[in-house]
Design a protein around this ligand. Structure first.
Ligand code: GUN
Length: 295
């Protein structure tokens, strides 16, 4: 292996330490409200971890766990009450919502200054216009890790593979904000392998296990793998394992730096959510945002 392994787990732990320090300097504790509807096991794990880390960083966690047969109007009413609650700094509605609930409508109800997931149309618009706002968490984590590996990103060729609303599109805009030359590649892109090979920073975010092969990577490139895919374990029957969108092992022989899966981008999402909660609290309450949260 010649590539440097970008340790997202360690970076996220360091970021949470910085957040804890920042929170300890604030006049009051920020509060994050998380709304979970239904019993989806993966979502339950996410929400439990969010609550645990929120409290560990010295903030307050409010959890609203709702039955999956709640009506859309009731859910909207809850979001509105959280908007109106002066103690609440950030609101996160865990996705996906159960069938029958329109997540677009529910997310759009979140007041933009409490939109710590960065998913409302206002937050997306602010990102695309280059105006200050709350940025989506996983894409922010990608930029932080690339900066940690490379330092200055200005002028680098960045190829984002995937154009999803949650990751691909906002990641492209965030790398553009860093003055990268950005290409968004997707399923209809011609000569996909060549496009990927032009990247100084390659950000696969398509959810296709090990799709990106070592030969697609420019020697020395920084690879930020957003994919988290569960596949049958190759040697342990009945077991499964997590892999990224990149064929990791051979790629470590070509890349200059690369995120592993698990332990790469994954742990950054919650850390960036906590960071957004502090930023949202400071902006809404008129406090100065602690400078140790910059990246
Ligand atoms: N479900 C999986 N990841 C996320 C996330 O980052 N935000 C929300 N709201 N739901 C999710």
């Amino acid at each position: 292996m010649s590539a440097i392994k970008i340790d997202g787990k360690a970076y996220a732990a360091g970021l949470r330490e910085r957040i804890t320090k920042a929170v300890s300097t604030l006049p009051a504790q920020p509060t994050l409200a998380v709304v979970l509807v239904g019993e989806d096991p993966a979502s339950q794990v996410y929400v439990r971890n969010k609550a645990k880390f929120t409290v560990e960083c010295g903030m307050r966690s409010l959890e609203h766990k709702l039955s999956e047969d709640i009506s859309e109007d009731e859910l909207v009413a809850l979001v509105r009450s959280l908007n109106d609650d002066l103690e609440v700094d950030g609101i996160l509605v865990q996705l996906p919502l159960p069938k029958g609930l329109n997540s677009d409508r529910v997310i759009e109800e979140i007041q933009p200054d409490k939109d710590v997931d960065g998913l409302t149309e206002t937050s997306a618009g602010r990102l695309s216009l280059g105006k200050p706002g709350l940025r989506p968490c996983t894409p922010t984590g990608c930029v932080m890790l690339a900066k940690d590996a490379l330092g200055e990103l200005s002028g680098k060729n960045c190829v984002v593979l995937g154009r999803s609303i949650l990751v691909g599109k906002p990641a492209a805009l965030l790398f553009l904000e860093q003055n990268c030359t950005v290409t968004i590649a997707h399923s209809r892109t011609k000569n996909l392998e060549d496009v990927c090979r032009s990247a100084d920073i390659l950000v696969p975010a398509v959810g296709r296990p090990e799709m990106v092969k070592a030969e697609w990577i420019k020697p020395g490139a920084c690879v930020i793998d957003v994919g988290i895919n569960r596949i049958p374990h190759p040697s342990k029957p009945g077991k499964s394992k997590l892999v990224g969108d990149v064929d990791y092992k051979p790629s470590t022989e070509i890349a200059g730096s690369i995120t592993p899966v698990p332990g790469g981008v994954g742990p950054m999402t919650i850390a960036c959510l906590l960071r957004n909660t502090v930023i949202a609290a400071c902006r809404r309450r008129g406090w100065e945002t602690p400078s140790n949260l910059d990246f």
